[in-house]
Design a protein around this ligand. Structure first.
Ligand code: ZN
Length: 374
């Protein structure tokens, strides 16, 4: 009997080998049913499943995320830490590489990697970014800058002169025109390049017309913008006007790429402050609603909503009610839990399942119909 059993073992191995490899499935996944002309990536920084749940319950049990047909999960860890930071997290989305915490648009060897926004520019698409942090903060920075360390804000600002981002709105004016490391006035340099540049000190965002021929840049703060609860109020308008701006400025009809960040959901997590998280979540939710409305009208826009990581180890504790969240936290830093991904529009089917954070870069490129060889 023993001998007979042993005889069967090689047979079993052969049988295992004959199981088809998943290569066919991968090819299917890489080819969207319909190509996306425009891609809008929305990042809720620090927005884990609990942040989403708390926002939903606090909003009459509804979020615009429920309008998304495709839902997946990504693994957020970075190259050097199971718990990523926003720089490595955003570089995974922008460049498709796992890098070390603190890296902006560079790989683990500090070598610059072309971002999806830069590639879009080179291909003649319009590009834009909106953030509720400074525009040189880790997430937006990772789409246009290539620096070895996230806090090199003046170097990051200088990289905004190297790529013609058609439209951007965010804080951080001081890093452009009140610089400590050199005498450059990047604000003036942007104007010389044909940008319509304005800022919070001259005009409120709602009083500035985005109906301009050239590129548009608006600074919402000298450094970091205020929390929503303290009066910051531009995200919804800047995002929805931005999408329309880019659609109009897409002169060659090639489409656009846009990144919108709800930056301060993360800061609410760092502060272990449920109310801060929820107010930022609800503004981000309203923005998602406007962007989905745009995509629905347009019919050629892929919208992807995700986060770089969770912040706070946030939980909704017993005793909570729909309108009264009793929040608890395990940390004042980020955590390594998997992060939800929501997709709407052409190519959205690519975003179902569980995958690495870097796959989001590849899926967005696939949705555009860009091949790996390009
Ligand atoms: Zn953070």
């Amino acid at each position: 009997m023993k001998k007979l059993f042993l005889l069967f073992i090689p047979l079993l191995i052969v049988t295992c080998k004959q199981i088809p490899t998943p290569a066919v499935v991968v090819v299917k996944e890489e080819q969207p049913v319909k190509k996306a002309k425009n891609v809008i990536l929305m990042v809720g920084d620090g927005m884990g499943l609990t942040q989403i749940s708390a926002g939903m319950y606090s909003n009459g049990n509804y979020l615009h995320l429920e309008r998304f047909p495709a839902v997946g999960l990504h693994k957020s860890y970075s190259a050097d830490n199971l718990v990523t930071d926003s720089a490595a997290g955003a570089t995974a989305f922008s460049c498709g590489v796992k890098t070390y915490n603190g890296a902006i648009g560079v790989n683990a060897d500090t070598v610059a990697v072309q971002t999806i926004l830069e590639e879009a520019e080179l291909k003649g698409l319009a590009t834009g970014m909106v953030a509720t942090s400074s525009i040189v903060h880790a997430t937006p920075a990772s789409f246009v800058a290539h620096v070895r360390y996230r806090k090199l804000y003046e170097d990051i600002a200088a990289d905004f002169l190297k790529t013609e981002v058609d439209y951007w709105v965010g804080g951080g004016k001081a890093f452009f025109n009140n610089r400590e490391n050199d005498e450059r006035d990047l604000y003036a340099e942007l104007r010389a390049k044909g940008y319509m540049v304005s800022d919070y000190f001259i005009n409120d965002f709602e009083d500035v017309s985005t109906n301009v021929k050239g590129n548009f840049a608006y600074f919402t703060a000298n450094k970091e913008p205020l929390p929503k609860a303290q009066g910051r109020d531009y995200l919804v308008r800047a995002a929805s006007q931005g999408a329309r701006f880019l659609d109009k400025h897409d002169k060659e009809d090639k489409g656009f790429f846009m990144m919108i960040e709800g930056s301060q959901i993360d800061w609410g997590g760092h502060a272990n402050d449920s109310d801060y998280i929820i107010s930022e979540m609800l503004e981000f939710n309203e923005t998602i609603g406007k962007i989905i409305d745009f995509a629905k009208r347009d019919g050629e826009t892929l919208v992807v909503v995700t986060a770089d990581h969770e912040t706070g180890g946030y939980a909704i504790n017993p005793g909570s009610k729909m309108d009264t969240i009793i929040g608890a936290f395990t940390s004042d830093y980020h955590t390594a839990t998997m992060i939800p991904v929501f997709a709407y529009g052409p190519g959205s089917e690519l975003f179902n399942g569980i995958y690495e954070n870097t796959a989001i870069y590849h899926k967005m490129r696939s949705a555009f119909g860009w091949t790996e060889e390009e």
